[in-house]
Write a protein that binds this ligand. Structure first.
Ligand code: 5AD
Ligand code: SF4
Length: 472
């Protein structure tokens, strides 16, 4: 489950981005929708499916919620704070009803199921509540809501993958796109709400994934990120051709579309990543040398309570395996500080595992109990908040050092960089990423290159978060 912003992958910390595609001929739509997304990349990808369904239903996108007839928030419930943010935002958005009483406000995504009664009936904050597997019913729900009814569909599905829906690319840079390859999760990590909010795991038809990636490449995109809560358990049975496609097969098929199309993926569960995947990565230069491999904790006892089904030693062996097969591979992680009953020694084990893994980047959280999860039912959330925060602070400080050290190791090396656009600070500089997913900033100088081109860049300096270089 994905997270966090210069890093576009896996972006849990991205909050409330308003999206609207540039629409030629948008005037053909008499009504407008506005959508704001919170949480992980899966949610952002879902908003693109929603946009496609709404466009089919006759709505055009707008970036300005004040002129919208339909206002949606695509929500995340991974941590408690996300819920508070959404509630506050809904109160702000409701103010548009003063000038536009007919405007409808809807909640989409992971919070839908849990908060439908509260948002719809008790607090009367919204007109529609639609869960992540019910987006196809949006047009009829909108009609219901327009007729003054409370429109709700939060049913989860065992089959829905939206395979046939071509997402409308929202806020895209035209270079890099996200492609959802599966939905839901069967893992039941004890701290996690995802299996409850997004339902059972199901894989999307491999042919539709390949077609979507091919179409993106033909439109000029140079990078696709294959998204799923647990991509390594991707498995598609092609009954027509009597074949099966696992994640390694899928990666290979996407890599073969064109050597100029970069392939990334997220997220990998340490228990499921196979040698076959690692060898497939090593075989194709256009499959990026980067694995997001969340560890969550460095203590075997805590991992067991978390139901992660691997030990500290297993995780370390997986890191060794990755480095043996691809010595230049970047690795990042998710880490939770202060899970139920975590001792000071166990926290130290997390720190030492981070040192061992030499993470380039981590997404770090303190534990927040989520209603309905295994941990909420079985274990006491007994680590005082100040202890959680102090432990998290130590984890963050260590990660800052590790990220900086990782960048220092790159000084003097040359990397192939895909140009994503102007750097944030100056239009005289380009920004782009290395195969290892590190952001690189470098002067445009007199080189005749453009957004979407690959260039070789030598690292001449760095900050904690960014490599600085020159085109060679
Ligand atoms: N508390 C804190 N962090 C959590 N995550 C998931 N659930 C929780 C929770 N209840 C983190 C995990 C996961 C990431 C996306 O969010 O680290 O990998
Ligand atoms: Fe949640 Fe674990 Fe599934 Fe990730 S693998 S979505 S942490 S249950």
């Amino acid at each position: 489950m994905l997270d966090f912003i210069t890093q576009k992958k896996h972006d849990e910390n991205r909050q409330g981005e308003a999206f609207a595609p540039e629409q030629a001929g948008a005037q053909q739509f008499s009504k407008r929708f506005y959508i704001e997304s919170y949480g992980c990349q899966m949610n952002f990808a879902d908003s693109e499916v929603v946009a496609s369904i709404l466009q089919e239903g006759g709505f055009g996108a707008t970036r300005n919620y004040e002129e919208a007839d339909l206002i949606f928030i695509n929500t995340c419930s991974i941590r408690e704070k996300a819920e508070q943010t959404v509630r506050k935002r809904l109160h702000d958005l409701r103010k548009v009803k003063v000038n536009k009483p007919g405007a409808l406000i809807g909640v989409l995504g992971c919070m839908a199921e849990r908060l439908k009664a509260k948002f719809l009936e008790e607090e009367k904050l919204v007109d529609l509540v639609v869960g992540p597997d019910a987006y196809r019913t949006l047009p009829s729900l909108i009609t219901e809501a327009e007729g003054g009814q409370k429109a709700v569909n939060v049913l989860l599905s065992r089959e829905e993958t939206y395979a046939d829906i071509a997402p409308v690319r929202l806020n895209s840079d035209g270079v890099s796109a996200f492609v959802s390859i599966m939905r839901g999760c069967n893992n039941m990590c004890s701290f996690c709400v995802v299996p409850f909010t997004r339902g059972r795991e199901r894989s999307r038809d491999a042919r539709s994934i390949i077609q979507e990636c091919e179409a993106l490449f033909n439109e000029g995109y140079k990078e696709v990120t294959l998204l799923g809560q647990n991509v390594d358990s991707y498995y598609w049975v092609d009954e027509k051709n009597d074949t099966t496609v696992n994640f390694a097969n899928l990666l290979e098929q996407v890599a073969l579309i064109d050597p100029l199309l970069r392939v990334r993926f997220s997220t990998s569960h340490p228990k499921d990543i196979t040698d076959e995947v690692l060898y497939t990565m090593a075989k194709y230069e256009n499959i990026c040398r980067y694995i997001h491999l969340p560890v969550q904790s460095g203590s075997t006892r805590v991992l067991q309570l978390m139901n992660r089904t691997y030990t500290r030693e297993w995780y370390m062996a997986t890191v060794d395996r990755i480095m043996a097969i691809m010595p230049d591979c970047g690795i990042s992680s998710d880490i939770i500080a202060g899970f139920c009953s975590e001792t000071e020694e166990e926290h130290q084990e997390t720190l030492s595992l981070m040192e061992y893994s030499k993470y380039d980047l981590s997404y770090m959280f303190f534990y927040s109990e989520r209603p309905g999860t295994l941990a909420a039912r079985r274990y006491k959330d007994d680590i005082p908040e100040e202890v959680k925060k102090r432990r998290l602070d130590e984890i963050v400080k260590l990660q800052n050092r590790l990220s900086h050290e990782s960048n220092l190791r790159d000084l003097g090396k040359t990397f192939k960089v895909l140009i994503e656009g102007d750097s944030k600070k100056s239009e005289n500089d380009w920004k782009g990423r290395t195969s290892q997913n590190k952001m690189m900033v470098f002067p445009k100088a007199d080189h005749k290159v453009n957004k979407g081109d690959y260039v070789m860049v030598k690292v001449t300096g760095c900050t904690k978060a960014t490599l600085l270089g020159e085109i060679v």
